[in-house]
Structures are given as structure tokens and as C-alpha cells.
Write a protein that binds this ligand. Structure first.
Ligand code: G16
Length: 547
């Protein structure tokens, strides 16, 4: 085998963020940039000889080129076998499923998730460990440290491996197995959910629309929703994965999934809106759930799934516990309390759920950032959430909106919204955070209209399993009645800074639960601005995205 050792110099900016290393495509195309990071991964993972690795991505621009580079580097670094998704495609949850099913060493997933793609867009890479989940911080920190001292990387000289058809190929001493990216995942979904009940509901005229946003879930949704469950052809829209996502922003929220929103709110055509709508993101781990004319917040979605979990065969025995990220609303906490199971509050980032799931402490996890999942894999899982909702709807036989109204009547409503200020200059965003941090000390006990501050802090988390400490995870202002304002800088953007403002107010009175969230939260929005001087400092009159 022709192994080359290529001299290189470190790049200073290869610190993985909330979920892997994400940069502009042009940065990844800089000579040695991708190779350096991949070598740092191989050096830190120290794979035993002959190990099996999973490799795939969301199909975005540069996916195919990167796959070939990583295959050649894997061969040069002693990997025994790589399972690569056909065409270089594997959704993030499918990659997690394959890593677990075949007990692989880990996997490399190429994705910048919901960030736009194409030559001017973003690219990303992350390493998942043998449990199928994102590498924990101690590994990503080690990868970063290694990337800063790297002097060379190893790669074999070989022609491209054909990855467009299933089959097995040799690359030096390494075996490359091209696998069907959908089959293992679809089989797992069939084992968890009541496909017969969903099929019957669809045959009875229930209509759904799933927007794959020209991203990775297209092939998965066509196979599972249309072929296996019998939804009519056309139920899946934008189902062909494109390298630039058709020029769209593959983020399933009310702003970027505009086509689906128009369909579900009946403004697209004269035909009545479908009964159920959903969308997933670039790499298939996020989800948005819509009813006819109705948006389910991700926080509420987690709570409803938890409250109805036993309706799905895979969860019929009940759940061990729930975990949610700190900025996610406490709606799930109320369900956990009623079920008598624990609810954990972690920092933002799916990687913080892994230890809890591995230890059997939680079954369901969720984040306000359109992520929901369970211990069936170790990633959040967009289609899984869609199937869970379909399973619930097939058993409860009532509109999405009614399920939510009944849920709020029973548990109270955690009225919730997130306001994103995208693309802020870094110094402005840091200035706003500094302003809140500075005020934090003397806020306790202060009154703002009807609200009295209980405490204000910078959230930190000690992992209950391995004791690791994560600090600086978001500034939270908590009021006496449990209402909250949270300020946090996103860790996934590639341009400037994105400031996230999370707002939550508890409403126990059913008569007031159906008021528009922005109206219910108006007082908290004004308090947030008063404390942070957000509008004045940013020069922005309104957020870029409201969810
Ligand atoms: C990633 C992480 C999530 C996190 C989200 C938002 O999602 O996996 O755990 O909640 O980013 O993070 P931030 O608020 O720092 O931008 P994805 O779908 O981008 O991989």
C-alpha cells in the first residue's frame, strides 16, 4: 500500500462547536484543512487495528470529495473496514443506528446540519463514538488540542472508490463496504412504532405533508412514509437531496420551511390543509411538527411524546426518565413529575444526553432547537419524531391542535418562544452578554411589573455520570413563578454571532392558554430588552427568526 506522510502546519481554528467543526466550504477546501482535522481525529481515537468505522453525510456540496479523502486517510491510519452510505449519504440518526447495530468503533459524519450548503455555504464534520453519539467534550477538546500541534498527516495514493452502488471494495488493506443508507434505519423504525395503525389511519384518508427540504431525509421519507406506510405519492415534498438544498436554508422552522407552513396554514392552495405536517433539516436529526393551522413548539412536542409514549410499541413498558437542554421549556418536567420519573436539565448540545442514556437514566431527550429523540440511537432523530406523532395520532384519533389543548388543560402551558438575532458582529453580541452578566449580580429580588427575579446565573452542569463540569452555558434570569429569560450565544453558526433569547412563562389557566405566544410573552420580551439593551446595542428592531 502506498502510504504518504504529508507535512502540514496546524490551523488555529479547528475547535469543534456545539456539534462538530463547521466552516464555510471555502475554508474546508483550503489545502490540508480537512486532512488536518481528520488526522487529529484518528490520532485521538487511536483505533485498534482492524476497527470498523461508519462514514456518510447529508449530501451537501463537498460531501463526495471529502468522503474520498477520508477513505484514503482511514486506509493509511490502519482502519480495517469502513461502512459508507451509498452515494456518500447517511442521515445523522441513520449513522448513529448503523454504528450501534454493527458495533463499530465510531463514525465520521459530514454535515453542517441546518446551515445552508453549496459552494458559498457551510460544510461540517463530526466524530461519533461507539455508542453512536456525538463525541463528548473531553474527546472534542483532545481533537482540538491535537489539531494545534499536528506536523503531518497520513493518506494513501489510490483512485476514488466507487460509492454509488452497494458493494465491497479494497482500498489498500482496508475494506470499503457501500451500504444502503435507509435499510437499517427503516427496520429500526418498524420495530418501534405501530406501522399497522398508521397505515390504517392513512388508508382512511388522513393526509400528511413531509418537507424534506431537498436534504438528506428525502430517501428515508419516501421509503418509510410513502412505500412502507402507504401515504400517497406526493406526501413527501422536496424529497430529492441536492448539494445546495435547492438554494434553501434546510432548517425546519416557521421561517425557513415556508412552503410547508403555507400548505399547513391553507394559504398555498384552495384544497384544505393536510391533517399533519412535518419537516426535517439538512442531516435529518431535527424536526418541526405542525397540525392544520397549528405549530407545535419543540418543547411541547417532547412533553406530548413523553405523556403518550406508551402508545408506541417500542415504549409500551414506559420511560425511565427525560432529559432536556436548559433553554428548553419545563413542559416535559411536568410530565416527568406526573409519571414519577426523573427529568434532567443539561447544557445545549445532544452530546450531553449520551451518558444519561448509556446509564439507562433517561429514555427520551429533547431540545428547543427542534431536536427530539430517544435511546434507540444516540442522536436526535427527525423522522423518529414524525413517526412518534403519527403513532400517537393513529391511536388517539383527534387533530394535533386538540391533543395540545388537552395536554395544556392537564399540565398547564409553558408558553415559549425563541428569538434569534443572526449575523451580529461578535463584539456587539459579546457586549450584550457582558451587559446581562454585569447586571446579574444585583437582579435577585428586583421587581419588573408582575415579575420578581428569583435568581440570575450563568448555567453550569456537572455530568452526574462522569462528573465532568461544563460552565458558561447561558445566562438565565428566573422569576418567582418559574418564568424565565435566557440569553445564550449559538455555537453552530459560521458567520458573526447569533444571539438567542429564550422566553418562557407558565400559564395554568385554560382560559388564557390559547392566547398567541408572542402576546403572552410581551412583558418578558420588554424586560429582556430593558436588562440587556438588546435593541439599542444591536441596532435591530426585531429578531431574524422567531420560533
Ligand atoms: C446542534 C446540536 C444541538 C443544539 C443545536 C443548536 O444541532 O446538536 O444539540 O441544540 O445545535 O445549538 P446552538 O444553539 O449552539 O446553535 P444541529 O442540528 O445543528 O446539529
Amino acid at each position: 500500500m502506498n502510504i504518504h506522510t504529508v507535512a502540514t502546519t496546524p490551523f488555529a481554528d479547528q475547535k469543534p462547536g456545539t456539534s462538530g467543526l463547521r466552516k464555510k466550504v471555502a475554508v474546508f477546501q483550503t489545502p490540508h484543512y480537512l486532512e488536518n482535522f481528520v488526522q487529529a481525529v484518528f490520532d485521538c481515537v487511536a483505533a485498534p487495528p482492524g476497527s470498523t468505522l461508519v462514514l456518510g453525510g447529508d449530501g451537501r456540496y463537498y460531501n463526495r470529495e471529502a468522503i474520498q479523502v477520508i477513505l484514503r486517510m482511514a486506509a493509511a491510519n490502519g482502519i480495517g473496514r469502513v461502512l459508507v452510505g451509498q452515494g456518500g449519504i447517511l442521515s445523522t440518526p441513520a449513522a448513529s443506528c448503523v454504528i450501534r447495530k454493527y458495533q463499530c468503533l465510531g463514525g465520521i459524519i459530514l454535515s453542517a446540519s441546518h446551515n445552508p450548503g453549496g459552494p458559498a455555504g457551510d460544510f461540517g464534520i463530526k466524530y461519533n463514538t461507539g455508542n453512536g453519539g456525538p463525541a463528548p467534550e473531553k474527546i472534542t477538546d483532545a481533537i482540538y488540542a491535537r489539531s494545534r500541534e499536528l506536523g503531518s498527516y497520513r493518506i494513501v495514493a489510490a483512485p476514488d472508490v466507487p460509492i454509488d452502488r452497494p458493494g465491497t471494495h479494497a482500498l489498500g488493506a482496508m475494506q470499503v463496504e457501500v451500504i444502503d443508507p435507509v435499510a437499517d434505519y427503516a427496520e429500526l423504525m418498524e420495530a418501534l412504532f405501530d406501522f399497522a395503525a398508521i397505515r390504517e389511519m392513512l388508508a382512511g384518508g388522513f393526509r400528511l405533508c413531509f418537507d424534506a427540504m431537498h436534504a438528506v431525509t428525502g430517501p428515508y421519507a419516501h421509503e418509510i412514509l410513502e412505500r412502507r406506510l402507504g401515504a400517497p405519492a406526493g406526501s413527501v415534498i422536496n424529497g430529492v437531496p441536492l448539494a445546495d438544498f435547492g438554494g434553501g436554508h434546510p432548517d425546519p422552522n416557521l421561517t425557513y420551511a415556508g412552503q410547508l407552513v403555507a400548505i399547513m396554514y391553507g394559504t398555498a392552495t384552495a384544497t384544505p390543509a393536510p391533517d399533519f405536517g412535518a419537516a426535517s433539516d439538512g442531516d435529518g436529526d431535527r424536526n418541526m411538527i405542525l397540525g392544520r393551522n397549528f405549530f407545535v413548539t419543540p418543547s411541547d412536542s417532547l412533553a406530548v411524546i413523553a405523556a403518550n409514549a406508551t402508545l408506541a410499541p417500542g415504549y409500551a413498558q414506559g420511560i425511565a426518565g427525560i432529559a432536556r437542554s436548559m433553554p428548553t421549556s419545563a413542559a416535559a418536567d411536568r410530565v416527568a413529575e406526573k409519571l414519577g420519573v426523573p427529568c434532567y436539565e443539561t447544557p445545549t448540545g445532544w452530546k450531553f444526553f449520551g451518558n444519561l442514556m448509556d446509564a439507562g437514566k433517561v429514555t427520551l431527550c429533547g431540545e428547543e432547537s427542534f431536536g427530539t429523540g430517544s435511546s434507540h440511537v444516540r442522536e436526535k432523530d427527525g423522522l423518529w419524531a414524525v413517526l412518534f406523532w403519527l403513532n400517537i395520532l393513529a391511536r388517539r384519533r383527534m387533530p394535533v391542535e386538540e391533543i395540545l389543548h388537552r395536554h395544556w388543560a392537564e399540565y398547564g402551558r409553558n408558553v415559549y418562544s425563541r428569538h434569534d438575532y443572526e449575523g451580529l458582529p461578535l463584539d456587539i453580541a459579546n457586549g450584550i452578554m457582558a451587559q446581562v452578566r454585569e447586571r446579574c449580580g444585583d437582579l435577585s429580588g428586583r421587581r419588573f411589573g408582575d415579575y420578581t427575579v428569583k435568581f440570575c446565573d450563568d448555567f453550569s452542569y456537572t455530568d452526574p455520570i462522569d462528573g465532568s463540569l461544563s460552565t458558561g452555558q447561558g445566562l438565565r434570569i428566573v422569576f418567582d413563578d418559574g418564568s424565565r429569560i435566557v440569553f445564550r450565544l449559538s455555537g453552530t453558526g459560521t458567520e458573526g454571532a447569533t444571539l438567542r433569547l429564550y422566553l418562557e412563562a407558565y400559564e395554568a389557566d385554560p382560559a388564557r392558554q390559547q392566547v398567541d405566544a408572542q402576546l403572552s410573552l410581551a412583558a418578558l420580551i420588554a424586560i429582556a430588552d430593558e436588562i440587556s439593551q438588546l435593541r439599542q446595542r444591536s441596532g435591530r428592531e426585531r429578531p431574524t427568526v422567531i420560533t
